[in-house]
Design a protein around this ligand. Structure first.
Ligand code: PEP
Ligand code: MG
Length: 547
């Protein structure tokens, strides 16, 4: 019988193919024989430095994931990590074992460090594997190349690994860890390939083993039977035909749904325009600020923003002000002693300490907006109350910006969206963070990924509350975050009242095709069915049946 693994489908599509596995080093054995501490210290220090160099050179070629690679290089150069390595060397471990144990201790130390956000587990494990492999004289963890297209299977995928991925060869991504907003999920959508994450047991699949990956249902079937193979082939033929449509987003009966791209800088613009994006739903401006010791000047910011605005002349570009803190640290602001950074000073809250940072950014956005023909809107991240929304709106209007909104990422803001809409022109649901805060679940924690599933009825309730408030106020409410790019969830969001959806550009044609197949009334039925379900699985099943 075929073994079936269930996880979260984070990028839709169905493929069949052979497995290729990512290999990393195993925990090196501890040998009781005495070690030459001086020689092992040189060896370990050399490996840490070489890995940092390697990550920095990957960063130069990596585009959007460059900031992550720089962050990883910094881990490798962190003096507190080196001090831990010395400690284990002095305790009689050989360099590979000392490094392995030191990384474990470093992770614990950083987790309880109130001054710095804890590093991402996949990023840290990747640095460890590189250092240990080097010390063992093994090749670094790498993407295998079996010479034919394959399904990439790993415990977790780090940006460093995927920077070397040959996108033409990989059919799908499957990981044991990771959640809906993990690096794997974001990458798969960007590449337009199916992905399943958080699927326990998949790391035991063997290289060469044939699997059927369903990135919509979130399943991986090993050695699929003839019936599954045939069903996959039929399904694929149908979906290829339907994604060829172009033009603005609308349901079969003509209800308009603006399909917009999420953009993180000028590098994303070309693809967004090619995908027929009707505008930018969230322009993440952090790219200019991360990994810098001083913030960029107003002039530098304005010219970088214009590069994006100019590509969307005549269309709307919703620009989000700086969202640093928690999972997006920046070295030029000192956020200090925060026991839980995700609940601390992040997003708009950073402006309480550094008001000039926001004032300058609003000036830069306003300047770029004046000089371009795009319809520029501005919104703030991490707003919890009407007072915060009003404070932001006053500053944005003072800077000369006309269309001002806020993101709804905190449940308090969702529950009182009507109040927020009295002081701003629009709101946009930030589905990634709204799920994180609604379910008290760290969005970077793969182990708890099922709680972040956007099909959770309680999450949909919150989104419905915001959309209802928009309808009552007669104001626009869009949805951004990974949830909006799920082609089966998109009709549900439209049924709940969304007037626009923002997503990774590659997903726009797929979501467009999904909406073109259903009427506005069917969207309403699907929304009601999903809200009425007991859990995410039942919600999906009900909507699938209606489709
Ligand atoms: C979100 O939270 O849904 C969002 C769009 O913002 P980010 O993912 O950048 O936090
Ligand atoms: Mg967010």
């Amino acid at each position: 019988m075929s073994a079936r693994y269930t996880g979260l489908g984070v990028s839709p599509g169905r493929v069949l193919g052979p497995v290729a596995r990512v290999h990393g080093p195993q925990l090196p054995a501890h040998d009781a024989a005495p070690v030459d501490v001086e020689a092992e210290t040189d060896h370990a220090e050399g490996a840490l430095g070489e890995v940092a160099d390697e990550l920095e050179s990957l960063a130069e070629r990596a585009g959007v994931s460059g900031a992550v690679l720089v962050r990883q290089a910094r881990m490798s150069r962190d003096p507190s990590l080196l001090a831990l390595v010395h400690q284990f060397l002095r305790a009689g471990r050989a360099a590979p074992r000392a490094a392995w144990e030191a990384f474990g201790a470093y992770r614990d130390m950083r987790a309880s460090d109130p001054l710095r956000p804890a590093p991402d587990a996949a990023e840290l494990d990747d640095v460890r594997d590189r250092v240990v492999a080097r010390l063992l004289g093994e090749p670094p963890p790498s993407i295998p190349d079996p010479g034919t297209p394959y399904v990439l299977v790993a415990r977790d995928l780090s940006p460093a690994l995927t920077a070397t991925l040959d996108a033409d060869r990989v059919l799908a991504l499957v990981t044991e860890k990771g959640g809906p907003t993990s690096h794997t999920a974001v990458l798969a959508k960007a590449l337009g390939i199916p992905a399943v994450v958080g699927a326990p047991g998949v790391a035991s699949l063997a290289t060469g083993q044939r699997v059927a990956v369903d990135g919509t249902a979130g399943t991986v079937t090993a050695d699929p039977d003839a019936e599954t193979v045939e069903a996959f082939r039929r399904g694929n033929a149908a979906s290829v035909a339907s994604t060829a449509d172009i033009g603005p987003g609308r349901t079969r009966d003509g209800r308009q749904v603006q399909l917009m791209a999420a953009v993180g800088g000028k590098g994303d613009v070309e693809e967004a325009v090619a995908a027929g994006a009707e505008g930018v739903g969230v322009f993440r401006t952090e790219f200019l600020f991360l990994d810098r010791d001083v913030p960029p000047s107003i002039a530098e910011q304005a010219s970088a923003y214009r590069e994006v605005f100019d590509a969307f002349a005549g269309r709307s570009v919703t620009t989000r002000t700086l969202d640093i803190g928690a999972d997006k640290p920046a070295s030029f602001v000192r956020l200090g002693d925060q026991p839980n950074p995700a609940l601390g000073v992040r997003g708009l809250r950073v402006a309480r300490r550094y008001p000039q940072l926001l004032t300058d950014q609003l000036q830069a956005i306003a300047r770029a907006a004046r000089e371009s023909k795009a319809d520029v809107r501005v919104m703030a991240p991490m707003v919890a109350t009407r007072a915060e929304a009003a404070w932001f709106a006053a500053r944005a209007r003072e800077a000369g910006l006309r269309q001002v909104g806020v993101m709804v990422e905190v449940p308090a803001a969702a529950l009182r969206a009507g109040d927020l809409l009295q002081v701003v022109d629009f709101v946009s649901v930030g589905a990634n963070d709204l799920a994180q805060y609604a379910f008290a679940t760290d969005r970077a924690d793969g182990e708890l990924a099922d709680l972040l599933d956007p099909w959770q009825p309680a999450f949909l309730d919150l989104v419905a509350t915001v959309l209802r408030a928009g309808a009552v106020a007669g104001q626009s409410v869009t949805v951004c975050g990974e949830a909006a790019s799920d082609p089966m969830l998109a009709p549900v969001l439209v049924g709940l009242g969304a007037s626009g959806l923002s997503m990774t550009a590659r997903m726009i044609p797929i979501v467009r095709a999904a909406l073109a197949r259903v009427t506005s009334e069917q969207c309403g039925q699907m929304a009601a069915a999903a809200l009425d379900a007991d859990g995410p699985e039942e919600a999906r099943n009900r909507v699938e049946q209606l489709l």
